[in-house]
Design a protein around this ligand. Structure first.
Ligand SMILES: Nc1ncnc2c1ncn2[C@@H]1O[C@H](COP(=O)(O)OP(=O)(O)OP(=O)(O)O)[C@@H](O)[C@H]1O
Ligand SMILES: [Mg+2]
Length: 272
């Protein structure tokens, strides 16, 4: 399936109200974790939600939802788990097998995830972007009818440098940045003390620089990683944890923010 050609042309997803990319120029800052927990938190808040894993080389969605490669002849896509509709390259290939593709093929795969998967009627389709600001990210940002992007950063300067590039990329393709979320903000030890393991203030600083809302801080909690690895995002597995409360708040902010934005299918589109 050829991607849309020409400036301003986008894939059409008529049933999807809001497409939100979760991104950062930087790797390993928690994009996939934020995307998964935001998707589940939105679902828990009564929204109809899908989660598209746009990381073709390093898909994370199957692991975080306790899934793996499936028999394509028997399993209709998207796969639904915890009430969230999911699509990932990790459903199509063995996770131990490397995907070795050039850029255009990656863009094509992402395009077909968007346009050929019957997502149905959704309030939100969350897109987990791979790290970096290369071809795959650019193509998707230009061709998906994105409502906006959420930029994930950690508090330190090294992550900020790359997260800034992420903000810039969305500005260049005229996708609104909905805000910046700071992940791994601090760790609270058993005695109640807060420890700023990766520094402080980076998220708020980036948001102020970019002139976009600061969406809050997500603390470091080992249960985030263990829950993700065990196939049930922390917001569902440990709803009582402070990090889960932060995710519920993030979902609330995103829903509130969406009431003021045009819906994805109100943007110029091209039928394929
Ligand atoms: N707040 C947190 N507290 C503790 N661990 C976390 C937190 N957020 C993310 N992690 C863990 O950090 C690791 C990296 O997270 P994740 O895979 O979501 O990052 P990413 O930005 O998607 O990475 P990549 O760039 O490779 O796609 C994972 O093991 C995840 O469980
Ligand atoms: Mg990831």
């Amino acid at each position: 399936m050829p991607p849309p050609s020409g400036p301003g042309q986008k894939f059409s997803l008529p049933g999807v109200k809001h497409l939100i990319a979760v991104a950062s120029g930087k790797g390993g800052v928690g994009k996939s974790t934020v995307a998964a927990n935001l998707a589940v938190a939105l679902q828990m808040a009564g929204q109809r939600v899908g989660l598209m894993d746009a990381d073709i080389y390093g898909p994370s969605v199957p692991l975080m939802f306790g899934l793996g490669q499936v028999d394509q002849t028997r399993t209709p896509f998207p796969i639904e788990k915890f009430g969230v509709k999911l699509m990932s390259m990790g459903f199509l290939v063995d996770p131990r097998q490397a995907v070795i593709w050039r850029g255009p093929k990656v863009a094509q795969a992402v395009g077909s995830f968007l346009a050929q998967i019957p997502w149905g009627d959704l309030d939100f389709l969350i897109i987990d972007l791979p790290p970096g600001t290369g071809d795959a990210q650019l193509t998707l940002s230009q061709q998906a009818p994105l409502t906006g992007a959420i930029i994930v950063t950690t508090p330190g300067e090294v992550s900020l440098i790359d997260a800034r590039k992420g903000v810039k990329m969305f500005e260049e393709v005229r996708v609104p940045v909905l805000g910046v979320i700071e992940n791994m903000s601090h760790f609270t030890s058993a005695d109640g003390q807060k420890h700023a393991i990766f520094g402080t203030g980076g998220g708020a600083k980036l948001a102020a620089e970019a002139g976009v809302p600061f969406l809050g801080e997500l603390p470091i909690d080992p249960r985030v990683a263990t829950a993700g690895d065990a196939g049930e995002p922390v917001v569902r597995k440990h709803p009582e944890s402070p990090v889960s409360a932060a995710y519920v708040e993030l979902a609330r902010t995103v829903v509130a923010e969406m009431t003021t934005r045009p819906q994805a299918n109100a943007l110029p589109t091209v039928e394929l």
